[in-house]
Design a protein around this ligand. Structure first.
Ligand SMILES: Cc1cc2nc3c(=O)[nH]c(=O)nc-3n(C[C@H](O)[C@H](O)[C@H](O)COP(=O)(O)O)c2cc1C
Length: 354
């Protein structure tokens, strides 16, 4: 595969004779299904609009983009190459949580600026979120979206660690941290501690960024907690412009093996965490419920693992409570009714104040 990538990068045909040598009946073999009616390749690749009603500067994103990998976990040359690729190919490059460096900005590729619990590149000396620095950097023309990282598939529940030996003067400057000292980010955010505070913080970031699409990334865990965030969206009347789902199979610059191997929900199950029959709900309500899927996982490849959804109405999207539900309950089998009632009580669970 690597040699094919090199050949294609040089513009050669790189086509192979005789067909696949893979065992297509091996468990885990993955394939796409073809259409009976192929259509012409579009002149411009399809893009999808990211940005809900509160976003004044929506972004039309490519379907395949570069997912989050920090400067620090990757070298400056790697960042330059990824961003140069994004500029040449017309797709977006997620900075990862290690700050926004000159290497991200030099080639002019579109950026998703990720902010993690360390608030690197927008933090005060005490490690708190610095709204002024955030607003200045988010205003950069190449920054198209802002992503608040809650958790990462390879290590949900713990923050990142960058050993002191790696924290050279340049990385220290980009991250706003002292040179030569290990950088250990907190497993949780200091700025918010309840679902409603999270939703408000996202709205604040969007405002500080001048109206750019703002969302959050997580490796899903408890369905109840996720639904509590959906309920907070409804109660606050504010929603993220996208949600990035990172599966447990995702990569990392560094994580304890126990976490990488055994903590976190794999991507497919993660994508299903918040869904409550959105298509059926949409049909009942006569409108589109699900936002565009921007990127799906490409296994063992650092380009993807993301699902981005525009959240037009979290009540509809996640079935937090909608008028059709009670009508259909009457038609359910007793076993299904029990599941339905459990889901419904989870949706109406009282949220902590704040
Ligand atoms: C070297 C490296 C650094 C990463 N840094 C970040 C990061 O800063 N923030 C983040 O959210 N994810 C980070 N990730 C995770 C990836 O963005 C994500 O898990 C990955 O794209 C999923 O696809 P994969 O299965 O091909 O790794 C990193 C992954 C790697 C390999």
């Amino acid at each position: 595969m690597r040699s094919i990538v090199y050949e294609r990068a040089k513009g050669t045909d790189a086509e192979e004779p005789y067909g696949t040598e893979r065992d297509v009946y091996q468990p885990g073999y993955e394939f796409l299904i073809p259409s009976m009616a192929p259509c012409p390749v579009p002149e411009t690749p399809p893009r999808v609009r990211i940005g809900g009603p509160d976003c004044s500067r929506p972004y039309d994103m490519a379907l395949l983009n570069v997912s989050a990998m920090s400067f620090g976990s990757l070298s400056s040359n790697a960042i330059l190459a990824l961003n140069g690729g994004a500029a040449a190919g017309g797709f977006a490059h997620d900075t990862g949580e290690g700050g926004l460096s000159e290497y991200h900005l030099r080639s002019g590729g579109d950026l998703v600026w990720e902010i993690g619990t360390g608030y690197f590149g927008c933090r005060t000396q005490d490690g708190e979120f610095d709204p002024g620095e955030f607003a200045d950097k988010a205003a950069h023309d190449h920054v198209k979206c802002v992503s608040l990282k809650l958790s990462q598939g390879a290590k949900p529940g713990i923050g990142g660690v960058l050993p002191g030996a790696k924290v050279n003067a340049e990385i220290a400057r980009v991250r706003d941290v002292p040179e030569g000292r290990a950088v250990i980010s907190s497993p949780y955010h200091q700025v918010f501690s309840t679902p409603r505070e999270l939703v408000r913080f996202i709205a604040r970031m969007r405002e500080l960024s001048g109206g750019k699409p703002t969302g959050f990334e997580l490796c899903p865990g408890s369905r109840l907690q996720f639904l509590a965030v959906c309920k907070a969206m409804l109660e606050e009347g504010a929603a993220p412009d996208f949600i990035i789902v990172d599966g447990a199979e995702g990569g990392t610059g560094a994580a304890p093996l126990e976490f990488a191997d055994h903590v976190g929900t794999p991507l497919t199950e993660g994508l299903l965490t918040g869904r409550a029959r959105p298509q059926a709900v949409a049909r009942e309500q006569g409108r589109a419920a699900v936002g565009p899927v921007v990127v799906v996982a490409v296994e063992d490849h650092p380009v993807a693992g993301l699902l981005l959804l525009h959240v037009p109405d979290p009540g509809v999207l996640f079935g937090a409570s909608h008028p059709g539900s009670s009508h259909s309950r009457a038609r359910m089998s007793p076993a299904r009714r029990v599941i339905f009632d459990r889901k419904k009580s989870a949706c109406s669970a009282t949220l902590p104040a704040g």
